[in-house]
Design a protein around this ligand. Structure first.
Ligand SMILES: [Zn+2]
Length: 80
């Protein structure tokens, strides 16, 4: 009997450092929004000082961060 994988999700992987953080912890997600949320969760758990700083970003800074992040997302190959 054959098992057919129905997992078509395009999961990607980046490091904390690639997302602007100070360590090389792996962050994964199926969409840029999901990865950004996972990255923020990691920041809050591991680097609360940086998480606090990111939460004070203005709308413009936040939009710029998201645009940079989405460009990196597009440049990152699917990890599975
Ligand atoms: Zn980190």
């Amino acid at each position: 009997m054959k098992l057919i994988s129905i997992n078509n999700k395009r999961m990607k992987k980046m490091t904390c450092a690639q997302m602007g953080g100070p360590c090389d912890h792996d962050i994964t997600g199926n969409t840029p929004e999901e990865m950004a949320a996972n990255g923020m969760k990691h920041l809050q758990e591991t680097h609360p000082d940086i998480a606090a700083k990111m939460q004070t970003m203005s709308k413009e800074e936040n939009d710029k961060w998201m645009a940079d992040f989405k460009a990196k997302w597009d440049a990152t190959p699917d990890s599975m």
